[in-house]
Design a protein around this ligand. Structure first.
Ligand code: GLU
Length: 327
């Protein structure tokens, strides 16, 4: 039977998952970016946003944490919006590398064979694609503005995080220049690297991430502002990218277990998209060995199971308002 979900069923699932996972103590904050090591490890929040714009929350959903790799999703979307999905596939690609998100080996192995905008190399390349080429301030305004439109409210850089990342991002610097070597970066490498570093340093709340996810789920229309943010045809494209590589080397395990397309970041945030149904996010800083938040994964997996959110199930959930879809 298809499960119909409404605000009441989602609230029950969110609250149950919050209480169940709250005392989970596994994992450790990321520490290769010094700022992240100091974020209070007890913070934990879950937020879901429904097609009518209602946002259901539990826990610390107003704390602005480092968006980190989750920012790769909006920038990939913006690149597709400015060019096309086909151009993104051509210039960057959509394949999982099977290697860590910051792998230099992946670039060496693939050479001119592209990978995906959801790992560091592809994300730096996506930043390089953003128009207007060569104008760092205007490109940054485009990226930050787009993320704010997706999330329904403005996002700001956490200065201390940006400084912390900029002072330690030598690996990413190597990636940017290696991309240059293979003709896979489309603007100045240093400018592109700095944009990538800035976007990773944006502070977002779990509530904002849930609204951004719901905008993706809603085919590009933000359910809280009712504004169109991107073309409807891009929702299946970005959701496919998230499903393919959203959880680093554990992506297959995650998708197999939950069926929920989602993207995680080393700041402890995870954003999940169920097209046509809802956007969901969770945040808790301690990570597992692959870089995914321990508590946020547990919470989202629990909610996905309870509400039948998995997109591969022939009878997965639908919004209670979608009568016609049940036949
Ligand atoms: N800024 C981080 C990096 O480039 C993002 C990593 C992540 O969240 O996966 O290493």
């Amino acid at each position: 039977m298809i499960r119909k979900i409404d605000a009441h069923t989602v609230r029950e699932a969110v609250e149950e998952a919050y209480l169940h996972c709250k005392e989970e103590s596994g994992g450790r904050n990321a520490d290769y970016i010094p700022y992240l090591a100091g974020v209070p490890a007890h913070l934990f929040g879950i937020a879901a946003c429904l097609p009518d714009g209602s946002v259901i929350t539990a826990g610390d959903t107003e704390y602005a944490f480092g968006i980190e790799s989750v920012s790769k999703v909006p920038t990939a979307l913006l690149a597709m919006e400015q060019y096309s999905a086909g151009q993104l596939l051509h210039k960057i690609g959509a394949d999982a590398t099977g290697l860590p998100f910051n792998s230099i080996m992946a670039i060496l192995l693939e050479r001119d064979h592209p990978s995906t905008p959801l790992v560091n190399a592809g994300a730096i390349a996506a930043c390089s694609m953003i128009r207007p080429t060569g104008d760092a301030d205007a490109k940054w305004a485009a990226i930050r503005g787009f993320i704010g439109e997706l999330a329904g409210s403005e996002v700001e850089v956490i200065d201390e995080l940006y400084r912390s990342e900029s002072a330690t991002n030598f690996n990413n610097r190597s990636i940017a220049w290696l991309l240059r070597n293979y003709g896979r970066i489309y603007d100045d490498p240093e400018l592109s690297l700095d944009l990538y570093t800035r976007q990773c340093s944006l502070g977002v709340t779990a509530r904002q991430l849930a609204v951004a996810a719901a905008t993706i789920a809603g085919s590009g229309v933000n359910p809280t502002t009712r504004r169109r943010v991107f073309k409807a045809e891009l929702t299946p494209k970005i959701t496919a990218l998230m499903a393919t590589v959203g959880f680093y080397e554990h992506t297959g395990d995650w998708l197999f277990t939950t069926g929920l397309p989602a993207k995680s970041g080393v700041g402890g945030g995870i954003m999940g998209v169920v097209p046509g149904v809802l956007g969901i996010a969770s945040f808790a800083p301690p990570l597992d060995g692959a870089g995914n938040s321990v508590k946020a994964q547990k919470a989202l997996a629990r909610i996905a199971a309870r509400l039948d959110l998995g997109v591969f199930h022939p009878t997965h959930c639908i919004p209670a308002s979608a009568e016609a879809a049940t036949v």
